[in-house]
Ligand binder design. Structure first.
Ligand SMILES: [Zn+2]
Length: 132
Protein backbone atom coordinates (compact mmCIF):
# COMPACT_ATOMS: atom_id res chain seq x y z
CA UNK A 1 0.00 0.00 0.00
CA UNK A 2 1.08 3.58 -0.35
CA UNK A 3 0.14 6.87 1.14
CA UNK A 4 1.12 10.48 1.03
CA UNK A 5 -0.23 13.46 2.89
CA UNK A 6 -3.97 13.47 2.35
CA UNK A 7 -4.04 9.99 0.82
CA UNK A 8 -5.72 6.95 2.22
CA UNK A 9 -3.78 3.75 1.75
CA UNK A 10 -5.37 1.39 -0.72
CA UNK A 11 -4.97 -2.37 -0.48
CA UNK A 12 -4.40 -2.71 -4.21
CA UNK A 13 -1.41 -0.42 -4.41
CA UNK A 14 2.19 -1.47 -4.54
CA UNK A 15 4.08 0.77 -2.27
CA UNK A 16 4.10 1.51 1.42
CA UNK A 17 4.14 4.89 3.11
CA UNK A 18 7.65 5.79 3.99
CA UNK A 19 8.28 9.50 3.88
CA UNK A 20 7.46 9.83 0.21
CA UNK A 21 9.46 6.91 -1.13
CA UNK A 22 8.18 3.94 -3.09
CA UNK A 23 8.71 0.73 -1.21
CA UNK A 24 8.25 -2.77 -2.53
CA UNK A 25 8.92 -6.34 -1.50
CA UNK A 26 11.70 -8.57 -2.85
CA UNK A 27 11.90 -12.29 -2.29
CA UNK A 28 15.07 -13.29 -0.45
CA UNK A 29 15.08 -16.70 -2.21
CA UNK A 30 14.41 -16.00 -5.90
CA UNK A 31 14.95 -12.17 -5.84
CA UNK A 32 11.67 -11.54 -7.68
CA UNK A 33 10.00 -8.26 -6.84
CA UNK A 34 6.45 -8.33 -5.56
CA UNK A 35 3.94 -5.78 -6.74
CA UNK A 36 1.38 -6.07 -3.97
CA UNK A 37 2.23 -6.67 -0.32
CA UNK A 38 2.17 -10.41 0.33
CA UNK A 39 3.12 -12.94 2.94
CA UNK A 40 4.45 -15.47 0.41
CA UNK A 41 6.39 -14.97 -2.82
CA UNK A 42 4.04 -15.65 -5.77
CA UNK A 43 6.96 -17.02 -7.81
CA UNK A 44 8.58 -19.53 -5.45
CA UNK A 45 6.35 -19.62 -2.35
CA UNK A 46 9.17 -18.34 -0.15
CA UNK A 47 8.14 -16.66 3.07
CA UNK A 48 11.12 -14.30 3.31
CA UNK A 49 9.96 -11.11 1.63
CA UNK A 50 11.99 -8.06 2.52
CA UNK A 51 11.08 -4.43 1.99
CA UNK A 52 13.26 -2.21 -0.21
CA UNK A 53 13.07 1.38 -1.38
CA UNK A 54 12.73 1.97 -5.09
CA UNK A 55 14.90 4.46 -6.95
CA UNK A 56 11.64 5.85 -8.32
CA UNK A 57 12.97 5.71 -11.87
CA UNK A 58 11.15 3.76 -14.53
CA UNK A 59 9.65 3.74 -17.99
CA UNK A 60 6.10 3.99 -19.27
CA UNK A 61 5.06 0.43 -20.05
CA UNK A 62 1.53 1.13 -21.29
CA UNK A 63 -1.45 3.43 -21.09
CA UNK A 64 -4.79 2.69 -19.45
CA UNK A 65 -7.80 4.69 -20.60
CA UNK A 66 -10.92 4.06 -18.57
CA UNK A 67 -14.21 5.43 -19.91
CA UNK A 68 -16.40 7.16 -17.33
CA UNK A 69 -20.05 7.73 -18.11
CA UNK A 70 -20.70 11.46 -18.46
CA UNK A 71 -17.09 12.43 -17.75
CA UNK A 72 -13.84 12.57 -19.61
CA UNK A 73 -12.03 9.24 -19.57
CA UNK A 74 -9.60 8.57 -16.77
CA UNK A 75 -6.09 8.10 -18.07
CA UNK A 76 -3.39 6.31 -16.14
CA UNK A 77 -0.14 4.65 -17.07
CA UNK A 78 1.58 1.47 -16.08
CA UNK A 79 5.14 2.27 -15.07
CA UNK A 80 7.84 -0.39 -14.99
CA UNK A 81 10.31 0.55 -12.29
CA UNK A 82 14.03 -0.10 -12.58
CA UNK A 83 13.68 -2.79 -9.91
CA UNK A 84 11.41 -4.82 -12.18
CA UNK A 85 7.93 -4.33 -10.78
CA UNK A 86 5.09 -2.48 -12.45
CA UNK A 87 2.45 -0.23 -10.98
CA UNK A 88 -0.45 1.89 -12.10
CA UNK A 89 0.32 5.58 -11.82
CA UNK A 90 -0.46 9.05 -13.07
CA UNK A 91 1.80 11.25 -15.16
CA UNK A 92 1.69 14.98 -14.43
CA UNK A 93 3.10 17.93 -16.32
CA UNK A 94 2.03 16.68 -19.74
CA UNK A 95 -1.26 16.02 -21.50
CA UNK A 96 -2.45 12.44 -21.41
CA UNK A 97 -1.25 10.69 -24.51
CA UNK A 98 1.74 12.99 -25.02
CA UNK A 99 4.10 10.58 -23.35
CA UNK A 100 5.16 7.65 -25.53
CA UNK A 101 5.49 4.12 -24.25
CA UNK A 102 9.10 3.73 -23.19
CA UNK A 103 9.47 7.30 -21.93
CA UNK A 104 11.67 7.59 -18.86
CA UNK A 105 9.77 8.80 -15.79
CA UNK A 106 10.59 9.56 -12.18
CA UNK A 107 8.41 9.26 -9.09
CA UNK A 108 7.29 12.62 -7.66
CA UNK A 109 6.75 12.15 -3.91
CA UNK A 110 5.47 15.70 -3.43
CA UNK A 111 2.62 15.63 -5.91
CA UNK A 112 -0.76 14.42 -4.73
CA UNK A 113 -3.22 13.23 -7.36
CA UNK A 114 -6.94 12.73 -6.93
CA UNK A 115 -7.01 9.08 -7.96
CA UNK A 116 -4.82 7.87 -5.09
CA UNK A 117 -2.18 6.72 -7.52
CA UNK A 118 1.54 7.38 -7.27
CA UNK A 119 2.53 10.32 -9.47
CA UNK A 120 5.42 10.35 -11.94
CA UNK A 121 6.99 13.06 -14.08
CA UNK A 122 8.66 12.62 -17.45
CA UNK A 123 12.45 12.82 -17.27
CA UNK A 124 14.07 15.07 -19.85
CA UNK A 125 15.75 13.16 -22.63
CA UNK A 126 19.51 13.61 -22.44
CA UNK A 127 21.02 15.27 -25.48
CA UNK A 128 24.00 13.39 -26.79
CA UNK A 129 26.95 15.41 -28.06
CA UNK A 130 27.46 15.47 -31.83
CA UNK A 131 29.95 12.95 -33.24
CA UNK A 132 33.15 14.34 -34.66
ZN1 LIG B 1 10.56 -16.07 -4.48
Amino acid sequence: MYAFAGHKPTPSSTVQPSGGTLRFQRCCWCTDTVMRPRLLCPSCGGADLGWESSTGVGRVHSWLKTPRRGHTPSVAVVVELAEGFRLRAQIVGVRPGDVPVGARVRFDPFHVAGDHLPVFRVEPTPVSPPNR
